[in-house]
Design a protein around this ligand. Structure first.
Ligand SMILES: [Mn+2]
Length: 433
């Protein structure tokens, strides 16, 4: 324990026996109190609220939790999740246009997106619509969007490991705490959603994440949510769920909706109270997931061949691969497979008929994908994400130059040891014991 940096009995106990009451104060997240106040105002004025969330598992778990919370409090609220293929990641003008068609809107709550969306947030404010962002993505360098409130741990120094599901949990907790009405909503019963989003987003399972995931998985085993139960049944989950149950069985099925069809069905599955509907959606997600596996295998095969055909210096420090044949819904998974196989930062790009590429990048500890993209942003359109995973836009004609520049940048900036597969050894045990 000392080796791992846990000093003293109390700290060691806390790691070995995590307790919910050890969770840090939700109000220490930057601007959390302002976010709670704005939402409370919306409830008092009976405003119409729109939850706009990302289409991945963290996004849909976050919106499922917040939706249930606000409904329980009597809010007028609807949920919108953009389409990956046509509207793309995050708050976009196209996505917002369709979202606002859903009805009058006084307040937009952006979940797991919005941190870099200067244009879309400005356009909402011009329409007189207030915006509260709950997100954990990295901050842009050239100024934040003009949201009324942005809760993002990246603005501070603490809690930076939280996924959006964890931030939404903290929002609900802060709300109940400020109201002094912990009886209004059973937050513990929804910890399974928090575990889903946190594990699927691959954030480090340390500090509060460890507590949230531990109790969330326990909750999942006896989940009160019929959709989650149906999904576990369809996926063949037996025994107590673990992080790998979420990572390999539940996460891919929920994500399959956002990759190949509409992410809203994953959200519906999490929020439905109807066992028949739940069963139908779970089966649909299962077959979408099989389709996804088929597409993925094809792209992996082509990508491997492409790597082997690149000259050595163009694949030495970074892989950048693009094709018009690749389905945009699977490029992220393919990038992470290649990243693990070659132990290099990897970007896989799907190019449309007009020559516009959308790419997904995965990196490894010690080499921040975001730093690499910032340094080479001249080749790119929009980009954003985390040190280990990012998304980007690029024109097809820029891909070759971008590949060269990335290889050069990584070669020059990142220490060689980063790319050597390594074992982390805590201590050596003397033999003969
Ligand atoms: Mn996320």
């Amino acid at each position: 324990m000392e080796q791992r940096g846990f000093h003293g009995q109390e700290e060691q106990e806390r790691f070995l026996q995590p307790r919910l009451r050890d969770l840090s104060d939700p109000l220490r997240l930057p601007d959390m109190e302002a976010a709670v106040r704005r939402v409370k105002e919306a409830l008092q004025r009976n405003e119409s609220i729109l939850i706009y969330s990302d289409y991945d598992v963290d996004g849909m778990s976050s919106s499922a939790l917040l939706y249930r919370f606000l409904i329980k409090l009597g809010a007028r609220v609807r949920v919108f999740i953009p389409e990956r293929m046509s509207e793309g990641y995050g708050l976009s003008l196209g996505g917002l246009e369709r979202a606002l068609e859903g009805g009058a809107t006084d307040l937009v709550l952006a979940l797991d997106c919005g941190t870099t969306s200067v244009g879309p947030v400005s356009s909402l404010r011009e329409k007189g619509i207030d915006v509260v962002i709950l997100d954990h993505h990295e901050l842009p360098e050239d100024g934040l969007p003009p949201a009324n409130v942005m809760v993002n741990p990246q603005k501070g120094t603490e809690d930076r490991y939280l996924a959006t599901a964890g931030i939404v949990f903290k929002f609900c907790h802060a709300f109940l705490k400020l109201e002094q009405r912990e009886d209004l909503f059973d937050l513990k019963q929804h910890l399974d959603f928090v575990a889903l989003g946190t594990v699927a987003d691959l954030v480090p399972l340390e500090h509060d994440n460890r507590i949230l995931v531990r109790y969330g998985l326990e909750q999942m085993a006896a989940t009160a949510h019929v959709g989650l139960r149906a999904l576990m049944q369809t996926a063949g989950v037996r025994g107590a769920p673990s992080p790998s149950t979420v990572g390999y069985m539940l996460g891919p099925r929920l994500n399959a909706s956002g990759r190949l069809a509409e992410a809203l069905s994953g959200w519906k599955l999490l929020t439905t109270h109807d066992p028949v509907e739940a069963d139908g959606i779970a089966k649909e997600l299962d077959s979408l997931n099989r389709e996804r596996q088929r597409l993925e295998a094809g792209v992996v095969e082509e990508a491997l061949e492409m790597v082997e055909n690149l000259p050595e210096e163009q694949r030495k420090r970074c892989l950048v691969l693009a094709s018009r044949q690749w389905h945009q819904g699977v490029i992220g998974i393919v990038a992470s497979r290649l990243q693990r196989k070659y132990h290099l930062p990897t970007i896989v790009i799907s190019v449309d008929e007009q020559g516009r590429g959308k790419g997904s990048g995965r990196s490894l500890p010690g080499c921040s994908m975001m730093d690499a993209l910032r340094a080479n942003h001249g080749f790119l359109g929009k980009f954003g994400g985390h040190p280990m995973a990012a998304g980007l836009e690029i024109e097809e004609k820029q891909v070759d130059a971008f590949r060269e520049a990335m290889n050069r940048w990584v070669e020059g900036e990142i220490a060689r040891e980063v790319f050597a597969p390594s074992l982390e050894i805590d201590m050596q045990l003397p033999s003969g014991h």
